[in-house]
Design a binder for this molecule. Sequence first.
Ligand code: SF4
Length: 199
Amino acid sequence: MGVTRRDFLRLSGAAFMTTAIYELTAQSSALAVEMDQEWKLVNVDETSTICCYCSGGCGTIVSARDGELVNIEGDVDHPINRGGLCSKGSSQFGVNSVYDDKTGDRIINPNRLQKPKVRRAGATDWEEISWEQAIDEIAARIKKTRDENYEAELDGVTVNRCEAIASFGAAALDNEEAYIVQKLGRGLGLTYIEHQARI
Ligand code: SF4
């Protein structure tokens, strides 16, 4: 006797329901083991963002639990990378944390700089300073250099420029940040403005 398409679907549905009812009611050891597992991404806050490394702009999902980073992975819904990350992007977790060779414990990456450092003229060591102090010192130097080197005219032609300062952006800047840096540079009269946005 032949089995029609309708018979096949009915028999498949019955078989599926029988299996499902058994799994939900019987003491299935496989089901019990799964339920005991601690899933890595349970109860996390997910934030979609962009890889911090190159201008490729691959989308990532950052998962955190109680404010602590748990996981970073490619965003499958992102139109650029469809969930894929290159080897550099896949290692973004290491920017925050590494695993201790001896204990195996996860620790904050000891090579990560969390405060600005400055090496004064003639000094051999780097000095740690606050963000406020760093911003104040950078602003004062920019103003002094611009005031001393600003040219309004050259040979009777208006130029309004300062050639003593250059701006060099990096791929870690996003579109909006790059726009603001560019605008600041043009406002100061800089002519040497470059941006490295290549892998
Ligand atoms: S470093 Fe890799 S993952 Fe990150 S944006 Fe570039 S290509 Fe994408």
